[in-house]
Design a protein around this ligand. Sequence first.
Ligand SMILES: C[S@@+](CC[C@H](N)C(=O)[O-])C[C@H]1O[C@@H](n2cnc3c(N)ncnc32)[C@H](O)[C@@H]1O
Length: 157
Amino acid sequence: MACSERYVVGLDVSHTAIEKAIELSSSLPNSSYFTFLKSDFFTWHPPELFDLIFDYTFFCAIEPGMRSRWACKVQEMLKPDGELITLMYPISDHVGGPPYKVSVSDYEEVLHPLSFKAVTIADNELAIEARKMSIRAPLPFILDNICEGSSGFSLVE
Ligand SMILES: C[S@@+](CC[C@H](N)C(=O)[O-])C[C@H]1O[C@@H](n2cnc3c(N)ncnc32)[C@H](O)[C@@H]1O
């Protein structure tokens, strides 16, 4: 995702997760185009608004009662014409969590009142075999196009 046209911020509240991400990525050729930040998603105030937010299995990690706050915070951090990609996982019937089960309607319930519109909802062909039936991702191919066709400032949670 990160390239000269797109600066990416990776956010997690866990110090260990951030340390590991830095360790695994610091020698990558595009390392000057991304950063990792230890912060609480719900209280962090970015220095500028994002063109794109990619929720990578964060929605399922929070208490279901926090989902409306998640949607409001996503909207607060996006530019008015910004985009949200959210990897829907796990789509299952299990009880409890985290990860808590999710469904398309769980996302719609909190995003529709804020006027988000789903452009695409599709099964993720790139998912590993064990997860294939439990993952869906709107706009799954946008990642392939990001460096070629668009530019900006992105947040990955
Ligand atoms: C299912 S994991 C996904 C992590 C990462 N995206 C990945 O795919 O490896 C959920 C992550 O959410 C993080 N998390 C939980 N509450 C958070 C919060 N309030 N702000 C930021 N990150 C949080 C956890 O530390 C955990 O790493």
